[in-house]
Design a protein around this ligand. Sequence first.
Ligand SMILES: C[S@@+](CC[C@H](N)C(=O)[O-])C[C@H]1O[C@@H](n2cnc3c(N)ncnc32)[C@H](O)[C@@H]1O
Length: 207
Amino acid sequence: MKPPSWRQNLLRKGGFWRNGHWYDLHVERRMPLFLPMLDEMATALPPLEAGTAVCDLACGTGNAAFTVLMAYPTIHLTLLDEDPALLDIARAKVSEFDPEVEVLQATVKADGEPLPGGPYEVILASLALHVLVGHEAEGAEAESRYELLFHGLRDSLAPGGHLLVGDHVGTLGLFRHLKAMERAGFVDVDCAWRQDDFFVAGGRVPE
Ligand SMILES: C[S@@+](CC[C@H](N)C(=O)[O-])C[C@H]1O[C@@H](n2cnc3c(N)ncnc32)[C@H](O)[C@@H]1O
C-alpha cells in the first residue's frame, strides 16, 4: 500500500493519530502537557503493592500503563483497547517489565456495563473518557453519558479501588467530571492537577 502524503503532517490539525508509531513520535511535541499529565497520574496514586490489578482503559500505545509500571514494577497490568495494532505496540512496550500482562481487545461502550477482565484495583483512563463518550456529545447529553460510563467503571473496580482520569477538558469541564463521578458513587473525588486544559482527577469506590 502506498504511504499517505507527508503533507498531512503539515496541516494545522493534521497528522496520523491512529498510527501508534506516529502517535508516540508526535504526541509530546503536539501535546506538551501529555507527559506531565502521565507523571501526575502516577504520582497521584497511592503506593501499589505487588500484584495490584491495574487496567489501562483505551490504552492506545500503552503510555499510561508504562508510566505506572515504571513507578510500581510489580503490578499486574491489563491493557484494554479496541485497536489490535495499538495493543501490539502497548504489549511490546510493557512486556519486558510485566511478562504476564493481559491484553484485551474490546470495544467499550458508555452504557453502564462493567469493563471486561475486572474487577480491577486501579483503572487508568488517559485521554480515554472523552473518546469513549464521543467527541460529538455536548451539554447535558455529554454529562449523562459520562455518568453512565462512570457507573460502569465503578462496577469494574474492587471495593476501595481507584479510578485515575487524565484528560483535557472540551467534551466536559473538570468540575462536571468530578460531580458526575460523585453521582456515580465514587468517593474521595478530587482534582490532583490542572494546567491549562489538561487535568488529573480521581476517586475511589467505597470499601
Ligand atoms: C486518544 S487515544 C488515547 C490512548 C492512550 N490512552 C494515551 O493516553 O495515549 C484513544 C484510544 O481509545 C481507543 N478507543 C476508542 N474508542 C474505543 C472504544 N469504544 N473501546 C475501546 N477503545 C477505544 C482508541 O483505539 C485509542 O487507542
